[in-house]
Design a protein around this ligand. Structure first.
Ligand SMILES: [Zn+2]
Length: 323
C-alpha cells in the first residue's frame, strides 16, 4: 500500500490487546483492515509488562510499514480485563495477568503519538465489530456472547454499547445460573462462565472420560474439536454432556433476552462454526424457553468476524467518539 492511500482516505489504527497476543492494524472508514500485524505479549510470562511490549511492537509496526502516525486519525484500543473507559486505564486484570492492572493505555499512547485514543474492553469491542460490519450489522438491540476459554460478552442497546458507569458493563460471564454451583474466580458461585465456556465443556467431558473405560474420544486429548467430532460420529454419552452444556448456555441467554429484549443474539468463538451440532440446537432451546412476546423478531446466529472483531470494533468505537 502506498502513502497516497493514507492521504485519500480516513485511516485509523486499531490495536487489540489480549492475554496472549496483541493484534494491530490500519483500518479504513468502512471497517476494512488494510495492514495487520500480530505479536506475543506473554513470551516471558508477563515479566515484561504488556503495555511495554505493545508500545515496542507498535513502533515496529509503524516502521516496518513506513506509516507516519500523523497520517492516522486516531488509535482505537481493545483491551482484555476491566477497562475504565473514560480514563483509558486497566482497572482490573480479571485473571492472572501480571503487570497489567493499572496500565494507563490512554496516557501512554496519547503521549507517544499525539493522536486521539479510546480504550474499551475486548469483549465489548467484539460486539461493536459485529454491529459495524459483522452479523449484527443494522441491528439496534443485540447481545453478543463469545464462548472460549472464558465467556465474553457485550450488550448493544439502541445502537450503543452498554458500558455502565466506568466501562465494566456487559460482563456476561459472572451472573449465577446455579446458586449452589461451582465456585468462580470472582468468588461467587455458579457463574455463567463456569457452565457456558469451552473450559466448562472440556472439564465435564474430561471427568466423564476419566471414569469411562479406555476408548473415550478414541483416547485423543479432550478439546472442542474432539468433542464435536464425537458428537458428529453419534457418541451418545458425549452428546448428552454437550446437550447439558447447551442447556446451560440457553438458560443464561433466556435470562438476558428477558432483561434486554434484543432482536439478535450473536454467538462467537471457535465453537460457533458448528452450525448444525451447536448453533441450531441452541437457537431451538432459546426460542422454546423465552416468553412468547420476546420470541417475536428474535434471531440467534453465529458471529462472522472471527479474530479480527476486537480490532475492528475498537476502531468503530473511536470513530463514534470522534464524530
Ligand atoms: Zn464469577
Amino acid at each position: 500500500m502506498s502513502q497516497d492511500n493514507f492521504d485519500a482516505k480516513n485511516i485509523y489504527w486499531g490495536i487489540d490487546i489480549g492475554g496472549t497476543a496483541v493484534k494491530m492494524g490500519t483500518v479504513d472508514e468502512n471497517g476494512t483492515i488494510l495492514l495487520s500485524y500480530e505479536a506475543s505479549v506473554a513470551f516471558d510470562h508477563y515479566d515484561t509488562p504488556i503495555l511495554q511490549t505493545v508500545l515496542k511492537e507498535s513502533e515496529k509496526f509503524l516502521k516496518d510499514n513506513k506509516i507516519d502516525p500523523m497520517d492516522l486519525r486516531g488509535i482505537g484500543i481493545s483491551a482484555t480485563g476491566q477497562i475504565d473507559v473514560p480514563k483509558g486505564i486497566v482497572a482490573g486484570s480479571g485473571g492472572n495477568i501480571r503487570n497489567w492492572e493499572g496500565s494507563d493505555l490512554k496516557e501512554a499512547f496519547t503521549q507517544k503519538y499525539r493522536l486521539p485514543v479510546t480504550v474499551v474492553n475486548d469483549a465489548n469491542c467484539v460486539a461493536l465489530g459485529e454491529k459495524w460490519i459483522g452479523s449484527a450489522k443494522n441491528a439496534k438491540d443485540v447481545i453478543v456472547l463469545t464462548i472460549g476459554t472464558g465467556l465474553g460478552g457485550g450488550i448493544i442497546v439502541n445502537d450503543q454499547i452498554l458500558l455502565g458507569r466506568a466501562g465494566f458493563g456487559g460482563e456476561l460471564g459472572h451472573f449465577s445460573i446455579h446458586m449452589q454451583g461451582e465456585p468462580c474466580t470472582c468468588k461467587n458461585r455458579g457463574c455463567f462462565e463456569q457452565y457456558a465456556s469451552m473450559t466448562a465443556l472440556v472439564r465435564s467431558v474430561g471427568k466423564y472420560c476419566e471414569a469411562a473405560a479406555p476408548g473415550c474420544l478414541k483416547d485423543r486429548p479432550v478439546n472442542g474439536r474432539t468433542i464435536f467430532e464425537a458428537v458428529a460420529g453419534g457418541d451418545a454419552a458425549i452428546t448428552r454432556i454437550v446437550d447439558t452444556w447447551i442447556q446451560d448456555i440457553s438458560a443464561g441467554i433466556v435470562s438476558l433476552v428477558h432483561i434486554f429484549n434484543p432482536e439478535l443474539v450473536i454467538i462467537g468463538g471457535g465453537v460457533s462454526t458448528q452450525e448444525e451440532l451447536f448453533i441450531a440446537k441452541l437457537r431451538e432451546k432459546v426460542l422454546e424457553a423465552v416468553m412468547p412476546n420476546f420470541k417475536q423478531g428474535l434471531t440467534l446466529r453465529a458471529a462472522t468476524l472471527g479474530n479480527n472483531a476486537g480490532m475492528i470494533g475498537a476502531v468503530y468505537y473511536l470513530i463514534q467518539a470522534l464524530s
